[in-house]
Every structure is written in structure tokens, then in C-alpha cells.
Ligand binder design. Structure first.
Ligand code: UDP
Length: 238
């Protein structure tokens, strides 16, 4: 693998990525494939931390729509992200990658609490740190968590793995002529309300000068490619 462009990155995966071809839950084969790609990236010298969403299990908004109090529903969503982080941790350790899970909601018998300086130390030792339970606060998302942790961990870039290969001027699944952007400014994303990450996450990355690389993680091998500046992606930057 060619040398990566960055030294330290945060990889954000939406919970849906972990479903694989399924409609719900966690697909072990998909976790293993992602784990192998993270391993390859690590072996090229990259420091990696991760945030995994929870949408494959539970979303606060969906719970609220069914009558659950929104804050309670969001806590349920945050707990879902802990399950995903444990699944990814397991997949990574199976392929020989050292990891630690840190949760924003302390749960001492399951994983470490989130302690920035300790996370920093893990990364220096070559471990992949998985940040679970979002920010620990309701009414936020794991996109915002990813931007926040990327800033705290002084990451050079935030890689957002999705099911499309970048940001388009229209929904490529509905509009066949939709055009993909190679690069975009943060302000354009915010002004045009382009669906990259939620606005608070984009603003946090803009203010801390952390580029967001949007790419398709469902294509096998693509993570490895985009990390070295190959493959297809959209880079959002200042
Ligand atoms: N969540 C939250 N605060 C956070 C992060 C997440 O309340 O800081 C909750 C929220 O209910 C959200 C759910 O956890 O719907 C799962 O996260 P998200 O929807 O961001 O997951 P993704 O779409 O990336 O799978």
C-alpha cells in the first residue's frame, strides 16, 4: 500500500454500513471486511480512531415518532452505538488489530469511559480507539460525535464511509444525471444544505479545519484506496 496522505484520521461509519445486505442489525462478514481494511490502513502507518453510528439498531427520532420521550429514545440510540462498537472491536481483534472501546456513557464492566488523554495514549501505542455512545448527550448525532472526537484527537481528516461514492448535486439513486463533486467548501455544503453530515458536524469541521472525505465503504477495497488519495470520493474542506 502507498504511504497514506494523513498521519491520523477518524473513520465514521453509519450503523447501516454494519448491516451489510441485511435490513437490520449487525452482519459479521461486513464487520470482518471493514476490519481487514482498517488493518491494512494501520499497517501503512496511519493512526485510526473510529465512531460507529447506531441506525442499524435504533434511532432516537424513530423512537420518538412511536411515542417514546425523545431524550430517552436518544439514550437508547446511544446504547445501540455501544453494541456496534463492541461488534467492530471484536472483528478488529479477530484480525489482530489492538483496540480499545471508550464510551461517553460510563459502563465500567463493558468498556473504558471516554478520557481524551487516555485515548491519545492508546493511539500513540498503535491501538484503534472506538468511541461509543456518541457524545453522551441526547439531541446530538454520531456525525457530530465524529467531528468532535476528530477535533479532540487532532485528526488530520474525518473519513465518512457511506453507501454512495461522494457528494452529488442531486440524489444519484433518483436522478441519473446527478453530478458528483470532487471537492466542495464547507460553506457551500452549509449554504446549499448538501447531505454530507449534519450541519453542526460540518461547522465543527470547518472551524477546526478538518477535511471531510466522503466515500463508499460498501465497495470492497475502497477504504484502502481513498486513504492513499486514490479511488472515488468527495473532499469537503476550507
Ligand atoms: N445519539 C444521541 N447523541 C449522540 C449520538 C447519538 O442521542 O451524541 C443517538 C440518536 O438517537 C441517534 C442514535 O443515537 O439517532 C444513533 O446515532 P446516529 O443516528 O447518528 O447513527 P447513524 O445514522 O450514523 O447510524
Amino acid at each position: 500500500m502507498t504511504a497514506p496522505r494523513f498521519k491520523r484520521i477518524l473513520l465514521k461509519l453509519s450503523g447501516e454500513v454494519l448491516m451489510g445486505q441485511g435490513q437490520f442489525g449487525i452482519d459479521p462478514e461486513t464487520c470482518e471486511r471493514v476490519a481487514l481494511e482498517v488493518k491494512a490502513a494501520k499497517e501503512s502507518g496511519l493512526e485510526i480512531c473510529m465512531v460507529v453510528g447506531g441506525g442499524n439498531i435504533f434511532r432516537g427520532l424513530a423512537g420518538a415518532a412511536q411515542g417514546i420521550d425523545r431524550a430517552s429514545a436518544d439514550y437508547m440510540g446511544m446504547l445501540a452505538t455501544v453494541m456496534n462498537a463492541l461488534a467492530m472491536q471484536n472483528a478488529l481483534e479477530k484480525v489482530g488489530v489492538d483496540t480499545r472501546v471508550q464510551s461517553a456513557i460510563p459502563m465500567a464492566s463493558v468498556c473504558e469511559p471516554y478520557i481524551r488523554r487516555r485515548a491519545e495514549r492508546h493511539m500513540e501505542k498503535g491501538r484503534v480507539v472506538l468511541f461509543a455512545a456518541g457524545t453522551g448527550l441526547p439531541f446530538f448525532t454520531t456525525d457530530t460525535t465524529a467531528a468532535l472526537r476528530a477535533a479532540e484527537m487532532q485528526c488530520d481528516a474525518l473519513f465518512k464511509g457511506t453507501s454512495v461514492d461522494g457528494v452529488y448535486d442531486a440524489d444519484p439513486k433518483k436522478v441519473p444525471t446527478a453530478k458528483r463533486y470532487d471537492t466542495l467548501s464547507f460553506n457551500r455544503v452549509l449554504a446549499d444544505n448538501l447531505k454530507v453530515m449534519d450541519a453542526s458536524a460540518v461547522a465543527l469541521c470547518r472551524d477546526n479545519n478538518i477535511p471531510i472525505v466522503v466515500f463508499n465503504i460498501r465497495d470492497a477495497g475502497n477504504l484502502t484506496k481513498v486513504l492513499v488519495g486514490e479511488g472515488t470520493s468527495t473532499i469537503v474542506q476550507n
